[in-house]
Design a protein around this ligand. Structure first.
Ligand code: PAF
Length: 281
């Protein structure tokens, strides 16, 4: 596996692959890779002929006061994991390569699905994501791009953006990979203290509980949301949202909706965790 930091070089390699008729599959990441990321690479290996990944901690998607400086950077280990998983090319640019100017042309994040959930508590975050993903798509020119469903809203935003901008890229969403006790894998889990790590399983447990209630016929979403939130607060979380939504629009679920997702964002100490569970009635 080759690691490249220059856009020009990536363009050259991709051109050669495309001339040879190869289908390029891409997995963008911010590094500090865990089994969740590796499942995305495995899918890319299966779906494409030439697999590209990127490791870039994108300053544009961190809001004021967030953990950009502390975000774990583990390039050496990431390179090993990517190589073992079958990745062919890693793009790991410095910030100056991605953003050579002080001000960058922003890709506006799609409205509506970003005016809710994490879009409310992290102003500017999704514009940072759509800007970097559009740039990465322009650099790698993939036929396929693979993202995790753990960032459910991000996946919806990227799907919508790809459609709105008529980008010829198939977006694949992959299931969340979990620790043995159910905690969704995340680079931010390493910020949790030992007791908080134990408490953190309450998120997936309460998601499962809420899903079971809905599946057994309870359509009082407001009550389900209230009790999910209260359960998390009772073990020490500061809850941003615990909410039942329609999968594609991310609007509040109605009793007629069939494709549902329950989403949670909550803080334990200074660590913000997100998770979700999607299902069809
Ligand atoms: O999900 C992430 O790791 C990031 O938001 C992404 C998609 C790589 C863009 O920086």
């Amino acid at each position: 596996m080759q690691t490249v930091g220059e856009i020009k070089q990536i363009h050259k390699i991709i051109r050669e692959q495309k001339v040879n008729g190869k289908k390029v599959a891409f997995v963008p990441t911010m590094g500090n890779l865990h089994a969740g990321h590796i499942s995305l690479i495995t899918k890319a290996v299966e779906a494409g002929d030439f697999v590209v990944s990127s490791v870039f901690v994108n300053p544009l998607q961190f809001c004021e006061g967030e953990d950009y400086g502390e975000y774990p950077r583990t390039l050496k280990e990431d390179q090993e994991k990517l190589k073992d998983a079958g990745c062919d090319l890693l793009f790991a640019p410095p910030v100056s390569e991605m953003y050579p100017r002080a001000k960058v042309t922003n890709v506006i994040a799609p409205a509506e699905i970003t005016d809710t959930l994490c879009g409310l508590s992290r102003p500017g975050h999704f514009a940072g994501v759509t800007t970097v993903v559009t740039k990465l798509f322009g650099i790698v020119q993939p036929d396929i791009a693979v993202f995790g469903k753990k960032d459910f809203q991000q996946l919806a935003v990227i799907r919508r953006m790809t459609e709105d901008l008529s980008l010829p890229i198939e977006i694949i969403g992959m299931e969340t990979v979990r620790e043995a006790d159910g905690l969704a894998m995340s680079s931010r889990n390493s910020f949790l203290s030992e007791p908080d790590r134990k408490t953190a399983i309450a998120i997936s447990e309460n998601l499962k509980k809420a899903k079971a209630q809905i599946e057994s016929g309870n359509k009082d979403f407001a009550a389900i949301e209230k009790s999910g939130r209260a359960e998390l607060e009772s073990v020490g979380f500061v809850v941003d949202y615990f909410t039942v939504r329609e999968q594609a629009t991310l609007n509040n679920a109605t009793i007629d909706d069939r494709k549902l997702v329950i989403l949670v964002a909550a803080k334990l100490g200074s660590t913000r965790l997100i998770d979700n569970i999607d299902f069809v009635l």
